[in-house]
Ligand binder design. Structure first.
Ligand SMILES: Cc1cc2nc3c(=O)[nH]c(=O)nc-3n(C[C@H](O)[C@H](O)[C@H](O)COP(=O)(O)OP(=O)(O)OC[C@H]3O[C@@H](n4cnc5c(N)ncnc54)[C@H](O)[C@@H]3O)c2cc1C
Length: 498
C-alpha cells in the first residue's frame, strides 16, 4: 500500500472506518501515537489512528529535537532508563531513520565561571555517556566520543563565544533530529504504508475499551469508531480522556534566532545557568540555519491550551543565560520567534501504572490502554509497550514488534545519498522532489529557511497537509518566525490549489 497521505485518502478511509471494527484504535498522532499505529499495523493488525488537529500538533513539535543518549538519567542513578534511551538512539541512527537523525556536536565553554572541578565532573559525565553509546553498540563513526579542545578550536566551532578568559571547551556529541515534526510525518506515512488509517481532524469525544465517539472537526459530524483495543496516546491531554490519570505538565520555552544573529556558530552549546550547579541551557543550531535557545522548566496550572505561548519572563531568562557566554549581547529585538511545549508529566500513578521507565502504561477499568510521559527519543519503545499491552489484554492475533528494524518512509537501506538539504529532509525521496522542480521551475524558488514550493506541493500530495497551518507550522517550520510565516503564506495557499 502507498505511504501517501492526502485529503482524498482521508475522506475515503473516514468513510471506511464507520463500517469496521478495527483491531486497534490509537488516539493522538504525536510521536507516541504514530509510533503505536506503526507498531500495530506492522504486526498485521488493522488500525485507525486519529488526531483532533494534525500530525505532530502537540508536544512532539515543540521539542529540542535531541535524540538523547540518556546521560541525565544516568546522573540520577536510573541506569535502565539511560540504557533504553541510548539503545533507541542507536536504533534511529542505524536502522530506522538515519536520514532524519544524525550526530551533532556540543561545546561546554570553559569560561572563568566554570571551575576546574566542574569541568572535570562534566567530562566524567560525557565519558559515562560515551559508555552508554558503547553499551548500546552504536559505532563511534556515527557518534564520536567526547574530548577537551583548545580555546582556538572552540572559537573555530563557535565564533560568537566570549574569548576573554576562555580556557577551551569540552566537546561532546549526541543525536539530533532534522525536525521533530518530520519524524512524526515519517512515522504516520510508514504506518499508512502498512495499512493504518491515519485520520487527522478527528477528535475523540469519549473513549471506551471497545471504541470511541469521534467528531470530524472539518464537518462537525459525530460517529463511532469500533475497535477491539483502544490506545490513548493524547500526551499532555490524555487525562481529558481518562479520569484515572492526573497530569502535572511543565512548560519548556525556546527562543528562535535567525542565522545572522550568531554567525559562525557550527556547534551547539551547553551553557551553565549562572548561579546554579549542574543546570544548563542549550544553544541549538538547526539544519535550516536558525538557532534555538532553550530550555525552561516551569510548572503549569489550570486549563491546557492547544498551543502554549512563551511568556516574556522565559525569554528574559534565556537571553540572560545565552549572553553570559557571548562576545556580543543578543537583544530582545533579535529574538525572531519563540515556542513553548508542555511536558506530559504524570502527577500520580493510576491503578496499573508502570513508572519504572519514566513513561507510564496504564489500563483503565474499562480497558483503555494509556501511554504517557517518556520522550521523543523513546517513542518506539513506548509504542511497542502499549501495543504489547493491548495485544495481551484483548488477545489479538499479532506477532512480536518489528519496529526496531523497520525503515521509516524516506530511508532505503543501502541507498547512498548525495548530501544536501533535500536529502536531509526527504532521504531517498529527495529525487521525487527534484523531479517536481524540474517539471515546474517556479517550484524551485526558495521561501524562508530555503524551503521550496515543491516541498509544499509534496506535503499536500503525500504528507497529509490539509491547510496553510499544516504546511507552514508542521510539514515545514517556517511558521516559527512570524515574519517568515507571513512571507510564505501566498506560496502555501498556492500549493493547496496546485
Ligand atoms: C520543551 C520540550 C522539549 C523537549 N525536548 C525533547 C528532546 O529534545 N528530546 C526528546 O527525546 N524529548 C523531548 N521532549 C519530550 C517529547 O517532546 C515528548 O515526550 C513527546 O513529544 C510526547 O509525544 P506524545 O506523542 O506522547 O504527545 P503529543 O505530541 O503531545 O501528541 C498528543 C496528540 O494528541 C492529540 N489529542 C489530544 N486530545 C485529543 C483528542 N481528544 N482526540 C484526538 N486527539 C487528541 C493532540 O492534538 C496531539 O497531537 C521535550 C518536551 C518539551 C515540552
Amino acid at each position: 500500500m502507498t505511504s501517501s497521505l492526502n485529503a482524498a485518502r482521508r475522506l475515503r478511509e473516514l468513510a471506511e472506518v464507520r463500517d469496521l471494527v478495527v483491531d486497534v484504535l490509537v488516539v493522538g498522532l504525536g510521536a507516541t501515537g504514530t509510533g503505536a499505529a506503526l507498531d500495530a499495523a506492522s504486526r498485521g493488525l488493522s488500525v485507525a489512528a486519529i488526531d483532533a488537529h494534525d500530525l505532530a500538533f502537540g508536544t512532539s513539535r515543540w521539542s529540542s529535537k535531541m535524540i538523547h543518549g540518556g546521560l541525565r538519567y544516568l546522573a540520577r542513578g536510573q541506569v535502565g532508563v539511560a540504557r533504553e534511551s541510548a539503545v533507541e538512539r542507536g536504533v534511529l541512527l542505524r536502522h530506522t531513520a538515519p536520514h532524519l537523525v544524525r550526530a551533532a556536536p556540543y561545546l561546554l565553554p570553559l569560561t572563568p565561571a566554570v571551575s576546574g572541578g566542574q569541568a572535570a565532573t562534566a567530562m566524567t559525565g560525557y565519558r559515562l555517556g560515551d559508555g552508554l553509546r558503547m553499551a548500546a553498540r552504536t559505532p563511534r563513526r556515527l557518534l564520536p566520543g567526547p574530548s577537551r579542545i583548545s580555546a582556538e578550536r572552540a572559537l573555530a566551532l563557535a565564533a560568537p563565544l566570549n574569548r576573554d578568559g576562555l580556557r577551551g571547551a569540552l566537546l561532546s556529541w549526541d543525536g539530533r533530529l532534522v525536525d521533530d515534526a518530520r519524524l512524526v510525518v515519517a512515522l504516520a506515512r510508514t504506518a499508512a504504508a502498512h495499512g493504518a488509517r491515519i485520520l487527522t481532524r478527528c477528535r475523540a469525544l469519549e473513549l471506551a475499551g471497545d471504541g470511541a465517539q469521534v467528531r470530524d472537526e472539518l464537518t462537525g459530524d459525530t460517529f463511532t469508531i469500533r475497535a477491539r483495543a483502544v490506545i490513548n496516546a493524547a500526551g499532555v491531554w490524555a487525562a481529558q480522556l481518562n479520569p484515572d490519570i492526573r497530569m502535572r505538565p511543565s512548560r519548556g520555552t525556546h527562543l528562535v534566532l535567525r542565522p545572522e544573529t550568531l554567525p559562525g556558530l557550527r556547534a551547539g552549546l551547553h551553557v551553565p545557568v549562572p548561579g546554579e550547579s549542574n543546570r544548563f541551557a542549550l544553544v541549538l543550531p538547526q539544519a535550516d540555519g536558525r538557532i534555538y535557545v532553550g530550555l525552561t522548566d516551569e510548572p503549569v496550572e489550570g486549563p491546557l491550551p492547544d498551543v502554549p505561548q512563551a511568556p516574556e519572563e522565559d525569554v528574559t531568562f534565556l537571553l540572560g543565560v545565552l549572553n553570559s557566554v557571548l562576545e556580543v549581547t543578543v537583544g530582545r529585538e533579535e529574538v525572531a520567534g519563540t515556542y513553548a511545549g508542555l511536558r506530559p508529566l504524570l502527577a500520580a500513578e493510576g491503578r496499573t501504572s508502570d513508572l519504572s521507565r519514566k513513561h507510564a502504561l496504564l489500563t483503565s477499568a474499562g480497558g483503555v490502554v494509556t501511554i504517557v510521559g517518556g520522550k521523543l527519543t523513546t517513542y518506539r519503545r513506548m509504542a511497542q509497550d502499549a501495543v504489547d499491552r493491548a495485544v495481551r489484554l484483548r488477545d489479538l492475533d499479532a506477532g512480536e514488534s518489528r519496529t526496531a528494524r523497520l525503515p521509516l518512509a524516506g530511508f532505503t537501506p543501502g541507498d547512498v545519498r548525495a548530501p544536501g538539504r533535500l536529502a536531509e529532509r526527504y532521504g531517498s525521496e529527495a529525487e521525487s522532489l527534484r523531479a517536481l522542480m524540474a517539471e515546474d521551475p517556479a517550484l524551485a524558488e526558495p521561501l524562508p529557511t530555503g524551503i521550496t514550493g515543491a516541498e509544499l506541493v509534496w506535503a499536500v500530495r503525500h504528507e497529509g497537509a490539509l491547510n496553510v497551518g499544516d504546511l507552514l507550522d508542521r510539514r515545514t517550520r517556517i511558521g516559527l518566525v512570524p515574519a517568515d510565516r507571513a512571507a510564505a503564506l501566498p506560496a502555501a495557499r498556492a500549493a493547496l490549489e496546485y
